[in-house]
Ligand binder design. Structure first.
Ligand code: CTP
Length: 404
């Protein structure tokens, strides 16, 4: 669906059982305010959290909850409802709902509609972090993505169950924004992109690790912008509490080795952006038990980590590779050498130290590529993300002209 007609879309909002069900009220409200027509379908479990009457009042239409309701079926039957929808958005999508969809079940109205519709289906998963991380849920998630279902979130942060981690439903305002701006319609539509972000953690013992000051902001801003421009994005992120940008598939990792493995498992990519501050070294033998102090000095043996971006740059077929360089001196010279050494197509160099670059909301960058350079003066990282991608598209365009 194109972004331009998004304000009068016919949207079917599915609500499954979870504490985040109350947030779907805000989503429905936003979509209606933007001019969309919304019908709500709830699972049986969802009605335990919010009453259908609430959604009826907000959407202005009766809410459907069951498949075999003769009265409702005599109005708009479930096949007609499936055809009516131009988009299906399920928020929250519980672990159970995802499992049923992945299995292709049609044991209630909502899952039946998902099978019967030709409209794109989007899920905003919401569940406890352990349930989200469980291999069964991850397998269902991967299977749904393969079938073309788009994911909105989940976010990381504090959860209703009192824990902190990935599994929170993306905020309803952010879901509404994603639906209204319309992914897949931008100047990067059709591209597969992979972005790394944040710092890695290299364990010393079960409670300690080597880390760095990276906040992940630059990588998250890039992932958000690439998705907004229509590409399919996988964000491989080191530990971070930043919200998952709309439409982005997020893979959380901790160590450089896990980041490397996550990237190796992605078969094809057109664009790779290495914004992560990957640890160059890992502890040779992390202790199995907590290290005890004994007054003597302590040495850690460090082994070099694989260079992820250099490995990606040697792939065949090779994506366009954008990397970063954080330097404390001789910025242009060091960055140019780093670009060459790692086989990057473009490098975004910044000066660090003395409060610059790391863990700040803004930065200044020097972009270097084979035939040019561009200075990006100090700006918010979200704005820099836009400029980096504009430059990337320009380079691609110039090279396709040159090869004609
Ligand atoms: N990078 C990577 N894998 C590593 C280390 C770095 O993919 N093991 C990527 C980063 O994501 C970044 C770029 O390489 O895009 C530059 O990283 P940086 O740490 O500045 O470069 P180093 O090669 O570590 O050079 P230095 O000697 O300055 O530490």
């Amino acid at each position: 669906m194109s972004g331009s007609s998004s304000n009068n879309q016919r949207i079917l909002v599915g609500v499954s059982g979870g504490i985040a069900a109350y947030k779907a009220i805000v989503l429905v409200r936003r979509m209606i305010d933007a001019g969309c027509e919304v019908r709500v379908v709830m699972t049986e479990a969802a009605t335990r959290f919010v009453t259908p009457l609430t959604f009826q009042a907000v959407s202005g239409h009766p809410v459907r909850t069951t498949l075999l309701d003769a009265e409702a079926e005599s109005g708009m039957d479930h096949i007609a409802l499936a055809r009516w929808a131009q988009r299906v958005v399920i928020a929250p999508a519980s672990a159970d709902l995802m499992a049923r969809l992945a299995a292709g079940m049609a044991d209630d109205l909502l899952t039946t509609l998902c099978l019967a519709t030709e409209a794109p289906v989007q899920l905003a998963p919401a569940m406890n972090r352990q349930m989200w991380a469980h291999p069964a849920t991850q397998a269902n998630y991967a299977r749904l993505l393969e079938r073309g279902v788009t994911m909105l979130g989940p976010d990381a942060g504090s959860q209703a169950c009192g824990e902190t981690g990935t599994g929170r439903m993306m905020e309803p305002e952010a879901i509404a924004d994603a639906l209204l701006t319309g992914e897949g319609a931008g100047d990067m539509a059709g591209l597969e992109a992979v972005v790394t972000a944040g710092g890695t953690r290299e364990p010393i013992d079960p409670v300690r690790f080597l880390a760095n000051r990276s906040s992940g902001r630059m990588g998250f801003a890039l992932a958000a912008e690439v998705a907004r421009r229509g590409a399919r994005v996988t964000l491989v992120a080191g530990p971070s509490t930043l919200a998952t940008p709309a439409g982005v598939r997020r893979v959380d990792v901790e160590t450089a080795a896990q980041m490397q493995a996550a990237i190796e498992s992605i078969e094809s990519m057109d664009l790779f952006i290495g914004a992560a501050a990957v640890a160059d070294y890992r502890v040779a033998r992390p202790a199995e038990q907590k290290l005890k102090k004994n007054g003597a000095s302590l040495s850690l043996e460090l082994l070099p980590n694989p260079d992820i971006i250099a490995t990606v740059a040697q792939r065949g077929p090779r994506p366009f590779v954008i990397g970063f360089a954080a330097e404390t001196e001789r910025l242009a010279e060091h960055a140019a050498a780093k670009r060459q050494a790692k086989g990057m197509d473009m490098i975004c160099a910044n000066e660090v130290g003395a409060g610059r670059g790391f863990d700040t909301p803004d930065n200044a960058l020097l972009l270097l590529w084979q035939d040019g350079e561009r200075v990006l003066p100090r700006a918010a990282k979200t704005q820099l993300a836009t400029q980096i991608l504009d430059t990337y598209l320009q380079i691609k365009q110039d090279s396709s002209h040159a090869s004609r």
